[in-house]
Design a protein around this ligand. Sequence first.
Ligand code: AMP
Ligand code: ZN
Length: 471
Amino acid sequence: MILYNSLGQTKQEFIPHTAGKVNMYTCGPTVYHYAHIGNLRTYIMEDVLEKYLRFSGYDVNRVMNITDVGHLSSDADTGEDKMVAGAKREHKTVLEIAEFYTDAFFADCKKLNIKRPDVVEPATNCIDDFINMISVLLEKGFAYIAGGNVYFDTSKLDSYYVFGNMNEEDLAVGVRDSVEEDENKKNKADFVLWFTKSKFDSQELKWNSPWGVGYPGWHIECSCISCKHNGEYLDIHCGGIDNAFPHHTNEIAQSEAFLGHKWCGYWFHVLHLNDARGKMSKSKGDFLTVSLLESKSYDPLVYRMFCLQSHYRKPLTFSYDSLDNTAKTYDKLIKRISVLSKDGVPDKEKAQPFINSFKEALDNDLNTSLGLTCVYDVLKADIDDATKLYVISEFDKVLSLDLTKGETSQKNCCDDEISAEVEELIKKRTEARANKDWATADAIRDKLKEMNVVIVDTKDGIKWHFEKHQT
Ligand code: AMP
Ligand code: ZN
């Protein structure tokens, strides 16, 4: 498989550290609010990557953290603590907020067919691990204590800006919202590993540490949780592009200083979902959620398909018009698949070239839109329905669009709802023709065509059936 690697900023052949096995890490949500559909774009594309790796035969171990402590509203460890702000907003404790929004996050993931990672670890479960890693960093001379806090010393590294396109100016932009410059830092890029001197008096969650009562910085949790559950060598680290700097840059600094060797081979970053106002972000307040889409009668899987229609490395702009288009496309696709006959045995030999084309698309830096085109190629192909259904079910192991769901629901409702609707339309068309109302008759004929209904005039009257092979 060829993957774009932010480390090196090129497409590279994916070769895991241990043949056949993939250790994968995903930055999990900060649980102070609902996930917006921008966050979920990132998780959908990561889910496709995980499923495709499994589809390709890899044994995958995927780990995700839950940021339930220590995430400040500015990525440069300044500004307000998001969890504390969330608790204040809802008059709840930080842990109550964390539990509620963690559950809400996984409920959204379920609706979008995003598989739960193999390991999900809240940061508050791992305080001892953080303390251990920070102690080692101090022992090795990669960290220092100043003003009551422990800082990572970026000047001790051979190179810090590992993703290439980041520099001191970007960092300055990153901290532009900061209330005050942190004068304890030796270097501008240094960041906090452990806080004891917090400017937030309201910080609820604090733990004992060798450096005093306090709480961890944001970046340390991902380094620790990954090493804890994936071991010393990570194959793929995922996240939204906003996490590349400083979060992932700092994770690499900490992990490699701690381990004494290269840590993670491939960095998979998903570009942002934007709306008319720009990047969708939780801190903007009124953002789009899966529940909101549902309240407007969208199937959450329509949003999943919307994401799969474009490449993960391109920014994606959300609008209801484009989502409506996807909804129509999705409905039609499900209907087309639903009329395939289940009878017969799939011909695996005939299926193989279609599976190969699908693999070719996804092997090329996870080209999901081309992967979707493969579904249409199967529908158009001159192979029997059972083979078509088999191939489409295989694709759906990765796409997870419930492509064959119409198979049962459609068939069941064919007996009642849809049949009744078709019969009613045919009756109206017959009446319209009798009244020489050709416009109405034609409109009904078009509507029936759209529903893939074929009408046959027989000596016993009008008969109908669904069109089987469509091109
Ligand atoms: P957070 O809950 O803010 O920590 O973000 C969870 C994930 O969503 C991270 O991987 C972010 O990089 C990602 N993310 C944040 N905003 C967007 C967006 N507008 N589009 C896509 N991904 C995003
Ligand atoms: Zn992270």
